[in-house]
Design a binder for this molecule. Structure first.
Ligand SMILES: Cc1cc2nc3c(=O)[nH]c(=O)nc-3n(C[C@H](O)[C@H](O)[C@H](O)COP(=O)(O)O)c2cc1C
Ligand code: SF4
Ligand code: SF4
Length: 447
């Protein structure tokens, strides 16, 4: 069985799965229960001058039967006394010396930083995480994402903490910036030991159309919140990968954003994360999701012949290159397997209205669903008839076929096809060899 243990800039953990700073890591009783179930670490709910929170404070986007595709919150940092938090951190560390307890912090002045860093270390923190990411409530007070969006301030605050801290320090970045490399490099300049990202994305999640009030409602009003959950995973993956391939970022990354399964976690690891943090998925389904995460990742590593999770970290990073270096001569086209096709026509409609009008039925181009003429403008009326499977006489009218010469290989039909393995994309061998846009620029042969 593969070794799942990690050492992230000196913070050791039995596995890479950490609770992210938020409601699931709000108090000692929760963190201990999570550790018992299998979580390797926890980033404590952000400590600072305790706040007053509002009610309600969460709202969600539902999609296709999933109760929380995206979650929006207007919760602030801890609303519990600091003394209580520190006592509980001390207790957790005493009982779970081998688990990672990282304390998330957010205060304003240099003196406050010094005091809270010292108290966190005295309580037994294995590491600190600086919350420069919260995009609501705290940023209006000059903290959270207002620091993460100002590289000079971010560098300065990080360097204060580095002077005060004897334990590793992670800087948690906000995704609410134009280029994530700017705050990432600013954190490195400040001396950070590691990065964590993403915090939530500034958002308005929706309107109640009966009352015309924003969600989540606080009486008749609301405000912008922070968006997270499965919907944000692609944004988080991109930012993690951008930092992982940046030559100026030579510190480990803790990946966060939309992680719900072992596969999500493996993707973050492959794109350069050393640990992964989870908030929304735990809020949705509870701590026990970590059991599947551990089993799944472990089996995957075994199947891949990897003896340690460290072998996976960053493995996919070299595959990420600039658009200008992609091979313009690489080509795939859609292929429909008539034996498994159920004739639903989803691919046909998608290609007709959303792609390149090169999937047809034997009723003729553009006729089956529009029931109208092609306005005499369809350039592709002279198409070959489909080769249909002989045993299925019904298929004569329902199984679409691809005009392969016209297919641009965009993938859309493959994405909408509901039958696994039915509509696949096949590589077309190309004798011309690789040529990128940047090659063409160099050779001055742009078209
Ligand atoms: C209700 C709620 C409260 C949160 N509170 C904090 C916090 O106190 N400190 C912090 O750094 N991040 C906080 N976060 C952000 C999470 O740590 C995490 O960065 C974000 O939710 C993305 O991960 P996810 O998609 O797994 O939820 C909070 C998130 C939610 C949903
Ligand atoms: S890959 Fe794109 S262009 Fe080709 S058949 Fe599918 S939808 Fe049409
Ligand atoms: S979407 Fe798939 S199953 Fe439906 S018609 Fe197209 S190939 Fe057949």
């Amino acid at each position: 069985m593969a070794d799942l243990s990690i050492n992230m800039c000196g913070i050791k953990s039995p596995n890479p799965f950490w609770l992210a700073s938020g409601p699931p890591a709000n108090c000692g009783e929760q963190v201990m229960r999570a550790f018992d179930i299998g979580w390797g670490g926890a980033v404590w709910k952000t400590l600072g001058t305790p706040v007053v929170n509002v009610s309600s404070r969460l709202a969600a986007v539902k999609y296709s039967g999933n109760a929380i595709m995206g979650l929006n919150n207007i919760e602030l940092i801890t609303d519990r006394p600091l003394e209580t938090n520190f006592k509980e951190i001390y207790e957790v560390k005493k009982r779970y010396p081998n688990h990672a307890v990282v304390v998330s912090l957010m205060v304003e002045t240099k003196d406050e930083w010094k005091e809270i860093v010292n108290r966190s270390i005295d309580a037994g923190a294995d590491g600190l995480e600086l919350n420069f990411g919260c995009p609501h409530g705290m940023c209006e007070r000059g903290m959270g994402s207002s620091v993460g969006q100002e590289p000079k301030v971010l560098t300065e605050l990080t360097s204060w903490v580095m002077d005060f801290s004897s334990v590793p320090v992670l800087v948690k970045l906000t995704p609410n910036v134009g280029d994530i490399l700017v705050p990432g490099e600013a954190a490195v300049q400040g001396g950070a030991d590691g990065l964590s990202l993403i915090n939530t994305i500034k958002s308005i999640i929706g309107i109640d159309l009966d009352t015309l009030s924003l969600k989540p409602s606080v009486g008749k009003n609301s405000t912008n919140g922070g968006y997270c959950g499965p919907a944000v995973k692609p944004i988080a993956l991109h930012m993690v990968a951008a930092l992982a391939r940046d030559k100026n970022i030579n510190i480990p990354i803790s990946g966060i954003g939309g992680i719900s399964t072992w596969q999500d976690a493996a993707e973050f690891l492959a794109l350069g994360s050393t640990s992964v943090q989870v908030c929304t998925a735990v809020m949705h389904n509870g701590y026990r999701i970590v059991e599947d995460m551990i089993d799944g990742l472990s089996n995957y590593l075994d199947d891949m012949g990897m003896k340690s999770v460290n072998n996976l970290i960053g493995k996919a990073v070299p595959g990420f290159i600039d658009w200008g270096d992609l091979d313009l001569n690489y080509k795939v086209i859609a292929k429909i397997d008539a034996d498994t096709c159920i004739g639903c026509q989803l691919c046909y409609i998608a290609c007709l209205d959303g792609a390149h009008q090169c999937i047809h039925t034997n009723q003729g181009p553009c006729s089956a669903y529009h029931g109208k003429s092609d306005h005499g403008m369809n350039p592709r009326v002279d198409i070959k008839q489909p080769i249909l499977h002989s045993h299925d006489s019904n298929a004569i009218t329902s199984i679409p076929f691809v005009d392969e010469d016209e297919c641009i290989g965009c993938n859309l039909c493959h994405l909408v096809c509901p039958v696994p393995g039915c509509l696949t994309m096949k590589e077309i061998p190309n004798a011309a060899g690789k040529e990128s846009w940047n090659d063409r620029i160099a050779k001055k042969t742009l078209l």
